[in-house]
Design a protein around this ligand. Sequence first.
Ligand SMILES: Cc1ncc(COP(=O)(O)O)c(C=O)c1O
Length: 365
Amino acid sequence: MTNPFQDKLTALSVLNKRRALISANGIDFSSNDYLGLAQHAGLRQNLIEHLQSGIALGAGGSRLLRGNHPQHESLERFAAEFFGAEAALFMSTGYLANLAVFTALTARGDKIIFDEYVHASAKEGIHASPAKFSKFTHNNAGACEDAVKRARDRGAKNIWIAVESVYSMDGDIAPLAELMDIANRYDAYLIVDEAHATGVYGPSGRGLSAVFEGAENLIAVHTCGKALGQAGALVTLSQVLKEYLINTARSFIYTTAPTPLMAVAVEAALKVVRDEPKRRADLLDLVAHAHTVFKNVAGQTQILPLLIGDDGAAFDQAKRLQDQGFDIRAIRTPTVPKNTARLRLSITLNVTKSDIDDLAKALAS
Ligand SMILES: Cc1ncc(COP(=O)(O)O)c(C=O)c1O
């Protein structure tokens, strides 16, 4: 008897779309640990001390029940101040944070207008929301404005514009000033997923939306598993929207709170970002070097998409480089549009300039 799941897996193999888990191995050209904080000695020592002084290992429940610990509240107070927002809400992951924002804040009669390349977790939330939605051409503020204007003309209640500040698979930057201006002119909200900017870009690494600090119609999602090297996500927003999420967001309410230890870890990581600006400067220096080595690559950030096109070819290239000791991964459909499979080169403080040169040589051969 054939197994239909096995048959579907075989079909994925034939299409070069089958995935498998492989361990981290080789020089890190694929993680999002941009500032190298996942291995920061001071952060490790801080957690050891908290463990030794008896911090609870698990939260023990949902934040709304017995799972709300002083460490969560301390982190949220610190994060609100650090990011210059009225309030911050700590969630278990960026995925759940995006789900919360889009499903809980939007209502029937609203319209969500999103960049076509916005992250899958935002799309999950958008598709699950009671609002209507439409996408606009990537990074095209004019197309966004047309869609917002249409929604206003048709009587939409709240309008939500959803973008990333630094795009996770393309490494380019959203025209945030124009988008914020559109949001202001049409009385809309701007939701910015800062996953790949938090800790790296903006004043003091506070993300690219930090320049609109305190705007009531701005909601930012700062994930903590990338440059901060930990896990979770901080949604920065107005106090009233925070309380609304606490009361209505199912992915906040019906889940065990992040561990108090993780809240401690994230707060300490934010303090490293604040107190060790040299890390950011060193990273940007490496990024500039990578862009001189990989001249024809689009974007200007730590994420360099080396476009290949075909899914199978991208996979084979990645495997060849992995065999030579470089941990670089192929990104294929459906994560990126058809025929745009790529090697996603991620620059972190876990590599040196000479590692980057070696990778370029290996690629050229
Ligand atoms: C742009 C973006 N948003 C959200 C997420 C989800 O964050 P998390 O990994 O914390 O669930 C990711 C990555 O995973 C991402 O790249």
